[in-house]
Every structure is written in structure tokens, then in C-alpha cells.
Design a protein around this ligand. Structure first.
Ligand code: ADP
Ligand code: MG
Length: 154
């Protein structure tokens, strides 16, 4: 487990880029945190590390946005998912076991169908410290990620 504090959206973006740089095909990043915590800002940073130039927005109505690159990015926002079955309907497993990187905003809403191993990123607003401070906790869950913590540099 690694804990960070960021003091601006740019810094959260940079932490996302630092994580993005160590990701490999088939990895899954599960983001949790309230509305406006910075999940999309962090995802934009991951996308930058994958050399994705397009404009990244939360895929709130479409559930998943795909970005092509050498390693594709599958960006989910599951806030509007009513039950996990819906995820299988849009091919969640194909994405998960495909050759890109899966990033899921609001992953806690589909907790019952998350894979056994994933990278958990939880972002909390530090309200007592004013508007822009965020506490970001990254946990590498499972054998697949056992070397990642040592490789992450920020
Ligand atoms: P989410 O996807 O979690 O709903 P967004 O990334 O879309 O959140 O939005 C985060 C909002 O919080 C943006 O308006 C951003 O400018 C603001 N913000 C302020 N400080 C930070 C910070 N340290 N990290 C990320 N976002 C921040
Ligand atoms: Mg978002």
C-alpha cells in the first residue's frame, strides 16, 4: 500500500501518469472516491502515460470509452450501472481479459464482479485542509502486481 497527498488536479494527473508508466496489458485499475474527488483527473494521467492524445471524459452515459494506442485504454464509469449483470452485457469480461488496460471509476459499485487481482486507487478530499488537497491510497492486490509498488516512483 502506498499513500500520497496531492494539492492540485495537475498533481493528481501526474500521479496517474506515474502509475500509467508501470502498467502492462491486461492490468485493471479500480478507482473509488466521491463525485469530484479526482478519479477522471487521475485517469487522464494514466492515458497520457499510454500516449493517448484524445480528450478524456467520464463515460457516464456510455459506461465505457475505448481509446486506441499501442496499449489500448478501456475507461469505465459504472456510476449508472443498476446491477452487475449489465456489465456482462457490455462485454466487461472481454475487456478485462483483453489486451488493453481497464480503468473503472466507481468500482465499489460493482464490487461483486471485480477480478481477484487489481490495483485499487482510493481518492479522498481532505476537507479539513481546504479545497484542493486529496489523500490518494494505492493498493496492489494480488500476485500479478507484487512488483509494482517498488516500481512506482512519484
Ligand atoms: P471525479 O471523476 O472523481 O468525479 P474529476 O476528476 O472529474 O472527479 O474532478 C475533480 C475536480 O476536483 C476537478 O474540478 C478538479 O479541478 C478539482 N480538484 C481540486 N483539487 C484536486 C486534486 N488535488 N486532485 C484532483 N482534482 C482536484
Ligand atoms: Mg469522473
Amino acid at each position: 500500500m502506498k499513500e500520497f497527498k496531492t494539492y492540485s488536479p495537475e498533481e493528481t494527473y501526474k500521479l496517474g501518469t506515474a502509475l500509467g508508466k508501470i502498467l502492462r496489458r491486461g492490468d485493471a485499475v479500480c478507482l473509488t472516491g466521491d463525485l469530484g474527488a479526482g478519479k477522471t483527473a487521475f485517469t487522464k494521467g494514466i492515458a497520457a502515460a499510454l500516449d493517448i492524445k484524445g480528450h478524456i471524459t467520464s463515460p457516464t452515459f456510455t459506461i465505457v470509452n475505448e481509446y486506441n494506442s499501442e496499449i489500448p485504454l478501456y475507461h469505465f464509469d459504472v456510476y449508472r450501472i443498476s446491477d452487475s449483470e449489465e456489465m456482462f452485457g457490455i462485454g466487461f469480461e472481454e475487456y478485462l481479459y483483453g489486451n488493453g488496460i481497464v480503468v473503472i471509476e466507481w468500482a465499489n459499485m460493482i464490487e461483486d464482479i471485480l477480478p481477484g487481482e487489481y490495483i485499487s486507487v482510493d481518492i479522498k478530499k481532505c476537507l479539513e485542509e481546504g479545497g484542493d488537497t486529496r489523500a490518494i491510497k494505492i493498493v496492489f492486490l494480488g500476485n500479478r502486481y507484487k512488483e509494482y509498488e517498488g516500481r512506482l516512483s512519484f
